[in-house]
Structures are given as C-alpha cells and as structure tokens.
Write a protein that binds this ligand. Structure first.
Ligand SMILES: [Zn+2]
Length: 122
C-alpha cells in the first residue's frame, strides 16, 4: 500500500512536470531577435528574463537605439533617429508585430519557439 502511494506521487509529479514543460515549450514567440540591416546581431530569450534590463544597439550608420527587455516582451524605449517610429511602436510580445527603425536599419522581431530555440539548445 505504502509503495503504491509513493509510485502514484512520483507518477503525478512526472505528469505535472511534463505538462508544464509542454506548455512552456509550445508557447509561441519567446525569442526576440535584434537585426541590423537584415542580420541578427543579438538574440534574447524573453521567457528567461528575470529582471528587466536595457542595452544599446548601434545603428547601421551611427546613432543608437536603446532596447528594453522584460519577461515576455521587448521594446525600443529610446533612439536618436529622426522619426521615432521604433520608440512609438512600444512593447511587442509576439510575432504579430515587428519594431522597425528605418533610419538606423534596426528591427526587433519575435520568432516562434520551434524556429531557433531548438537549434540553440541542441
Ligand atoms: Zn527609430
């Protein structure tokens, strides 16, 4: 009897862990790519961000975009480009929108979990 209870508990834990893993693994759009002139210069796994942080990205022909990363979302919060379209786009959290800074040729996009994460984890 006691042994059965232990096995049931172990089984339950395994099922829960598998379910959680599947949920997190299948969650689409958790990797952000920062591109300059069409080339990926930085990749951020948004679901692994614990504390929000910021970093600067240099534009194609000078200038600077300040990118802020939070858990599950990313934005360009400051830039010295003339139009500020990138800043006005605000936060993106899935692949439906892309942040583009035309003057600096910088863009930020979110790609699906099965695109790049598998390759990086392998
Ligand atoms: Zn801009």
């Amino acid at each position: 009897m006691k042994k059965n209870a232990v096995w049931i508990a172990v089984f339950a834990v395994v099922v829960i862990v598998c379910a959680l893993f599947a949920v997190f693994n299948k969650k689409p759009g958790d990797t952000a790519q920062i591109l300059r002139n069409g080339e990926v210069i930085k990749t951020v796994e948004l679901d692994k961000v614990e504390e929000p942080y910021e970093f600067a990205v240099e534009g194609w022909s000078g200038g600077e975009n300040v990118v802020r990363v939070e858990n599950g979302r990313i934005a360009i919060i400051d830039a010295d480009c003339p139009d500020k379209v990138c800043v006005n786009t605000g936060y993106i959290s899935d692949g439906s929108r892309t942040i583009v800074c035309m003057p600096h040729r910088i863009s930020v996009r979110i790609v699906g979990a099965d695109a790049d994460i598998d390759a990086a984890a392998g």
